[in-house]
Design a binder for this molecule. Sequence first.
Ligand SMILES: NC(=O)c1ccc[n+]([C@@H]2O[C@H](COP(=O)([O-])OP(=O)(O)OC[C@H]3O[C@@H](n4cnc5c(N)ncnc54)[C@H](O)[C@@H]3O)[C@@H](O)[C@H]2O)c1
Length: 248
Amino acid sequence: MTETRSRSGPARFAGKRVVVTGAAGGVGATLVEMFRTEGARVVGCDVTTSTDPDLLEVDLRDTTAVEAFAASAVDRLGGVDVLCNVAGVQRFAQVGDITADALHLHLDVNLVAPVLLTQALVPALAESRGNVVTIASISAVTAQGYNSVYCASKAGLLMAMRSMAIELAKVRVRVNCVSPGGIETPMPHTSAAQLPEDIDWDLLTRHSSAFPGFMPPSDVCDAVLFLASDHAVSITGSNLVVDRGVVW
Ligand SMILES: NC(=O)c1ccc[n+]([C@@H]2O[C@H](COP(=O)([O-])OP(=O)(O)OC[C@H]3O[C@@H](n4cnc5c(N)ncnc54)[C@H](O)[C@@H]3O)[C@@H](O)[C@H]2O)c1
């Protein structure tokens, strides 16, 4: 889809302008570092503050703030080649404990924000013939006990991204998802810590991976960088599952 390709060497992203949400998190921080190591300029955001002047404090639940962040990223970078939607929330809850607030939180952060941010950056991405890589989850394609709200938000996110890929092909913008299984970040631990002791733990652990253990964030980021790179010029609308073998 692009005319010029850079497929080798340490500077796969030399001169590329990259936007990353959830930049302070386990996956996001690793992704920012890996993109910069490969030559990219990165502007990120997170709900937390950072001493890095290119990592902005943005609450993605605020749709006005999402628009302002998109404008600020374009301004700082002089355009955008890659958008990585990484920010996410997960709170396990039994069916009887699901609240409207929890539904809104998951949908706002995991679905509404990435769709609106992608929409806001379409003009810049169309100009650069760039691409979007969004972190969904195996929870987008696998039902999980105590995880209905998160699963619903990630399933919606996956289909929103795949559908946008169809339309945005007209302006030569690729849109792909990476769907991880368990990653060694705070997220799975804090999510599980909120459940009462007497839940059926078999419902949480029944999706065991062929290769045991949680992955380091860099395993997931390698897949993101591949999809964002010119190695993936013919890939759009895809969902690359990186889960050590849970979803078959
Ligand atoms: N950790 C896992 O096992 C796992 C598995 C599958 C998918 N994922 C997905 O991977 C992505 C990265 O997760 P992670 O494991 O790095 O978790 P993490 O909790 O370390 O990072 C998520 C980041 O999103 C940020 N965030 C949350 N709400 C926000 C808001 N309102 N505005 C701005 N930023 C906000 C958090 O502050 C945090 O830095 C998420 O989309 C998550 O759903 C994680």
